[in-house]
Design a protein around this ligand. Structure first.
Ligand SMILES: [Zn+2]
Ligand SMILES: [Zn+2]
Length: 154
């Protein structure tokens, strides 16, 4: 991944460094994240021997719903902050942003909180239509139980 180094050299003229709406590309696991269209902004301030950085990564990311497997897009806004000292001298902001993004995305993405998922019997997406497979299975189960009970009585 491309580094984005901020160092004490950047503060020779000014105590403040502002970066706005730059595209943010990073490597990610395609199993979890389907696509990412992100930009970042940050402000870095120099206080004597410390540089303090605060910023945000914003944009859209697509995930595969962990229940119904449908791909969906989500707006994201992830803040990050870090600081480094004169001894460290420089710091990779890209790595900091990558970690913040990965920490803040859902482990089990859901297209919506009440996603009904796929039917385990027929594979139908239950958000789109009801298939009643589970109800049918339940009915059959009950019917079978009753038939056994009836047989016992006879
Ligand atoms: Zn879903
Ligand atoms: Zn079904």
């Amino acid at each position: 991944m491309e580094k984005l180094l901020v160092s004490f050299d950047d503060f020779k003229k000014s105590k403040k460094l502002v970066v706005e709406n730059k595209p943010f590309h990073f490597e990610y696991d395609k199993e979890i994240i389907k696509s990412a269209n992100l930009v970042f902004s940050f402000e870095a301030n120099k206080y004597d021997d410390v540089i303090s950085v605060t910023g945000t990564v914003t944009g859209t990311m697509s995930f595969e719903c962990s229940r119904c497997l449908k791909e969906f897009e989500q707006n994201i806004k992830i803040p990050f902050e870090c600081s480094f000292t004169k001894e460290e001298y420089e710091y990779d902001i890209a790595e900091e942003m990558r970690e913040s993004v990965l920490l803040n995305i859902p482990m089990k993405p859901l297209c919506k909180n009440d996603c009904k998922g796929l039917c385990p019997v027929c594979g139908n997406n239950r958000n789109e239509k009801d298939c009643f497979c589970e109800q049918k299975m339940k009915d059959e189960f009950v019917a079978e139980k009753w038939s056994k009970i009836k047989k016992l009585k006879i």
